[in-house]
Design a protein around this ligand. Sequence first.
Ligand SMILES: [Cu+2]
Length: 244
Amino acid sequence: MESAKVETSSSKRLISALVFVVLGVAVVGTVGFTLHALSADPQAPLHATKSSETIVVDGKTYPKASVTMGVYADSAQAAEDGYTLNKKDYVQYGPSTHLILPAHTYVTMTIHAYDGGEELNNPYFGKVVGTVGGTINVDGVDINAVAPDKVQHTWTLHGIPSTSQDPLFVNVPLPHVDEGEDGFLPTNDPGTHNKGHTVVFSFITGGAGEYVWNCEYPCGDGSYAKFGAAMSAYGYMSGKVTVK
Ligand SMILES: [Cu+2]
């Protein structure tokens, strides 16, 4: 009798353990599926345009490619520039937050930047890092930093911890558009119809890899120290870079 009792309780324990495992698998599966759905591209990826030209940097010849993006205060500004891809009226990059760049290539990126700004939390992100020549060209002038209180957003590209892909780090501070009492003031940049700044810079990609970029300017709403809303939603102020 004594041993039968023990058997019953141990088989009960086995069943409850199995139920626990099945429930655990269901929970992990659901979370995994949800995360996968969340990490799907919110917009069609933006492919860099390859050029037939090459360029020599530090004695090495690279093929060239280019890509153009915009950063906007809201959906209305994005629509003026032809992009109506995000659902929420947040600050946003467009036309896509997933860039696809060729490997071992001199990539020239143009960002048309239309937003105002306040001040960076961390002045480090006011410095230009990782571009060819250590500069960015703003409305025709080369600079290597933007004052921390003159930044609208940053385009900050970095790797994920990995030993299997080449490192890639680029930090580009985008200077803000001045604001008057009735909104944005005209700029001296015909490239944006005097509504923003045209920022051009180049960097050299390594081998194939997956990278991420985000804005380091706290441009979300008041929740989470301005890291809420656009800053914590995917597809506005952050995205992916695939090098292949
Ligand atoms: Cu931002």
